[in-house]
Ligand binder design. Sequence first.
Ligand code: ZN
Length: 481
Amino acid sequence: MKRAIRYLRFSNLGQSNGSIERQEMYTDQYIQYNNITLVDTFIDRGHSAKIFDRPDFMKLQAFIKKHQNDVDYLIVDQLDRFSRDAGEAMTLVKNLQRQHSIQIVSVTEGIVFDYDTPGSYFRTGLQLLLAEEDNINRSIKIRGGNYTARAKEGRFMSNLPPFGYKKVGEGKARTLVIDGIQAKVVLFIYESYLKDMPLKTIKEEVRAMGFDRGGNMAVERVLSNPAYAGMVKAKPFKEYPGGLFPARHEPLIDMTTWNIVQNKLQKPDRSKKSLDDEIPLRGILKCHCGQPLSGAPSRGKAGNWYYYYKCKHSRHNNISALKAHDQLLQICQLMSLSSNQIDQVKKTAENSLKEKFKENQVLVAEKKAEIERVQEKLFAVEEKWISNQITRETYSRWYSNYNSEIYSLKASVERLSRDPSEGYKLIAQHIGKLTDMEHVYVSSDTLAKRELISLVFDSNLYYKNGIYRTPTIVPVLHVTN
Ligand SMILES: [Zn+2]
């Protein structure tokens, strides 16, 4: 009586005959019908057949080596269980017989591979090639479908929605809508990162705010995810280019901000990484050669520590932090505004708020009209369903389609109709500070100091021959006396 071992593999390729149970059923029938003794069964679960060193497959090979004299057949339901690569599978089939005198039996394909039987090698090879061809076609179809969904329809295709969004709708109508509470966390991440808050600090803060995505790099992934800029990424397919494409969902972050963050992620500015309260200008203040100044302490004669800002070119700049900060406070005094100037600023700010609000109101009207149009379409579909003109399936598809459209329109209406009085209040509360910029600077923490200086001088503040210089300054603070 012939003796056999059996190899079953769970297929994650989506073939209908992939389940272990089916494979077992086919091979069982064969074993019984041919009166074969089954010695052992090896089951591989869930790993890709792309590579050969799968754990269970290795166990199988070890078994074969040990029992090669007791076993005649290795039974599978289909030859491509071994590998999706026809050449690789072919070599394996060949070696099993040559080295261990074990013949491969493919039950559903009706093949007993025998190297010494004319035509057997060709038939086996042909089966494997056909199986690989099948896989190639399936993969093209999947990649094509994916490309269309992302690049042409702007659909977000991953299972888990990005933090800050919820999924609504089903199937093709599924889209992302902004989740108000989570969105605040995302905005905080982007803003803090641009303000040079260390990533470590950002991570601690957002955990406390309810950010629950796992992994050490979860915050970095938020920062690099194009979905927040309203884009989806598609891999190139055939002659179509890959890249970022406009998504159907609403962005949380504008494209420019997102791009700046990407630049920053790619080449992190080392000098800005750690904050030191003694040298708040480190990495922000530049040398006249354009290099940001680094800062470091050095020990004085009496054993005290003194802080310095210096350029990496030693002859350029090496200035005492005390002196630099003193001079900066003088600049702050010069930048402070008179009450006349403040009135001017207040007026301008309020006017631009008013303008913006007017613009938004126009947009709100447009969006509201759009909502009504979609709502009518929704009613029309409903009517068709009630009068049995369409199936329930068609109805639900259109229903969720229109519903998610309405949902996202309503979200934009809400965003655009924000009350400007909050803005007026902020202006009234803080405008007075411009009369005493020194106080503003001194009373800020290190992060805020750095932001203030970068903002006021457009990140262009540099030091040369003992004084500060800048080619740019925020216009309102430009001293004209
Ligand atoms: Zn320099």
